[in-house]
Design a protein around this ligand. Structure first.
Ligand SMILES: Nc1ncnc2c1ncn2[C@@H]1O[C@H](COP(=O)(O)OP(=O)(O)OP(=O)(O)O)[C@@H](O)[C@H]1O
Length: 545
């Protein structure tokens, strides 16, 4: 992926990053910091303020003891020398101010854009030339299904539509299929009918995670979408062709949102970083003059390494919520550990700089559980570990890998599908009811969703770990497939006696001739079922034919 080159693996200490110096290329975060990202803040006035050149310093030359703390004098003397790559952004904010801004509501919610202008990426769905964009601009909102991976901006797009609709006196009601009941939907529809008939007001109903509604719950909307009582906007991470009723789907426009690319993630993160008044250290410009902080308070300023931003953008895997929350955790953890550090060492002196390093953001991501990458390698590693643990009849390990996936946000249906496969591949005829168990677990997960379905999967996983195993059928079937693959020349014809003969002509050609209908015989029937050239082959015994 393009993002891979954004995070070359070089040590934290700037003095040991010749690769970056030499390449002359600036990482995405530094490039964004240098100009393009438009600062946004909770306080618009602050964001408008002219950028000031603030802060200076660098990490400890070895970056080991406590890379997050250093003081201006030490930094000046470090390898970075009297120069550095501090990229100025918004007004210098003190660490304490930043900590207060980060407490409470998740950063991702605070940063949720209100307008399409601030909505990053997704140009295929809502770019300038798209139909949806013109519809949104003229406030002609069709019923929509927003389909895309987590954190790519589905709810945000709905939020932007809601903002716009309110300006045009359109009601916007939000329900989440994770906790709404059918009666809640009925109430919304009833109110929408009243609003429509008495006040001629339209209602847009946004249902988050619409795939969690079962088919009959989805049927509740159908007539009301049809007659225009409500405009439905559903958001789903699941393929709507399987998870949304066909009839409902045909009345909605499906908008496919994509995983945010690394560049878009950098822009989103940089906006948050600017809003917080955190400064980015540009490692590609080691000779920039280090200016002293313009922060008037005695509190330290907060800095982040540009490679930390790039790493965050890359590891967030297109999920802006994960990236922003990872940033929030990294900054908060670093600010809190600064306090602890001072306490522990009994210092009264507070370090004048706080640096967020690449390691801090990696830890932040781990804490927000997103290092479990649902689309990438970790997804396959964990399912493989689960499969092997069940095969090895280790029930504890099986439960562990199951929980690792589910707690990491894995789709329970993905796990359930693997269990169906395992039931036949590894247990097979040693316990044929395993297949029934797996299919039942799949259906149960489909009915009740997470988190309730986790115990269904846990039960099935333990059943499978404890079950006797047989690969007899699986191996025999593989032998048959190998036989077909290795066959030279045209495949042998189906023996005439095994062919059906529904017409006179076929009978005349010998179809079905000599076939012995088994139920007519009380003793075992001597009859060939394989093609002539395979006579005597036993796929259950041999590995290859
Ligand atoms: N395209 C975007 N532009 C700017 N910010 C975005 C964008 N997409 C997501 N974000 C940020 O990420 C946060 C989470 O996004 P959002 O809630 O829209 O994701 P979602 O696709 O609905 O995810 P989920 O399926 O997990 O509910 C938002 O609050 C916002 O701060």
């Amino acid at each position: 992926p393009s993002g891979a080159r954004l995070i070359p693996d070089f040590p934290v200490a700037r003095s040991s990053s010749p690769g970056r110096k030499g390449s002359g290329k600036r990482p995405a975060a530094a490039a964004a910091a240098a100009g393009s990202a438009s600062p946004r803040s909770w306080d618009e006035a602050e964001a408008q303020e002219e950028e000031e050149a603030v802060g200076d310093g660098d990490a400890d030359a070895d970056g080991e003891d406590d890379p997050g703390h250093w003081d201006a004098d030490a930094a000046d003397a470090a390898a970075f020398g009297a120069s550095g790559g501090v990229r100025p952004h918004a007004r210098a904010l003190a660490a304490e101010e930043i900590r207060q801004m980060l407490e409470g509501k998740p950063l991702a919610d605070k940063m949720r854009p209100d307008t399409l202008q601030d909505y990053i990426g997704q140009s295929r769905a809502v770019g300038q030339e798209t139909l949806l964009r013109s519809l949104l601009e003229t406030n002609e909102i069709p019923s929509l299904i927003l389909w895309g991976p987590p954190g790519c901006g589905k709810t945000t797009l709905a939020h932007i539509i809601a903002n716009n609709s309110k300006k045009h006196s359109i009601r916007f009601v939000t329900l989440s299929a994770t906790n709404a009941k059918t009666n809640d939907v009925r109430d919304v529809i009833k109110q929408a009918q009243n609003e429509k008939s008495f006040f001629k007001r339209k209602t847009i109903l946004f249902i988050d995670e619409i795939h969690r509604f079962n088919k009959s719950q989805q049927d509740t909307f159908l007539p009301h979408v049809e007659c225009g009582t409500i405009t439905l906007i559903g958001a789903t991470t699941e393929n709507p062709s399987f998870q949304v009723n066909a009839a409902l789907l045909s009345r909605c426009r499906v908008i496919v949102l994509e995983k945010l690319p690394v560049e878009a993630m950098v822009t989103i993160l940089m906006r948050a970083i600017n809003s917080l008044g955190i400064h980015v250290l540009d490692s590609s410009r080691p000779t920039d003059p280090l200016s002293h902080s313009s922060n008037s308070s005695s509190e330290p300023s907060v800095f982040i390494e540009d490679k930390a931003v790039d790493t965050l953008a890359y590891l967030s895997d297109g999920d802006a919520r994960a990236g922003l929350n990872g940033l929030q955790l990294a900054v908060l953890a670093r600010l809190c550990s600064r306090k602890m550090f001072c306490k522990k060492s009994g210092q009264t002196y507070s370090p004048s700089r706080v640096l967020i390093t690449e390691n801090d953001v990696k830890e932040g991501l781990q804490k927000s559980h997103i290092l479990y990458d649902r689309a990438g390698e970790e997804h396959y590693n964990c399912i493989s570990a689960l499969h092997k643990s069940m095969r090895g009849s280790d029930q504890s390990a099986s439960l562990y890998w199951l929980a690792r996936m589910l707690e990491g946000g894995e789709d329970p249906l993905y796990v359930a599908r693997r269990l169906v496969r395992f039931a036949s591949e590894d247990i097979g005829l040693a316990d044929p009811s395993a297949l029934t168990q797996a299919v039942a677990a799949y259906q149960g997960c489909h009915f009740i969703g997470m988190p309730e379905c986790e115990v269904l999967l846990a039960q099935c996983v333990v059943y499978f770990a404890r079950a006797p195993k047989s690969i007899e059928v699986y191996s025999a079937y593989n032998n048959v497939k190998a036989c077909l693959r290795n066959h030279q020349g045209p495949l042998p014809p189906v023996p005439l006696h095994l062919r059906n003969a529904p017409t006179r002509l076929m009978k005349d050609l010998g179809y079905g001739k000599g076939y012995k209908y088994n139920p007519m015989y009380s003793e075992p029937v001597d009859q060939e079922y394989l093609p002539e050239e395979l006579r005597g082959v036993d796929f259950f015994k041999q590995r290859r034919c």
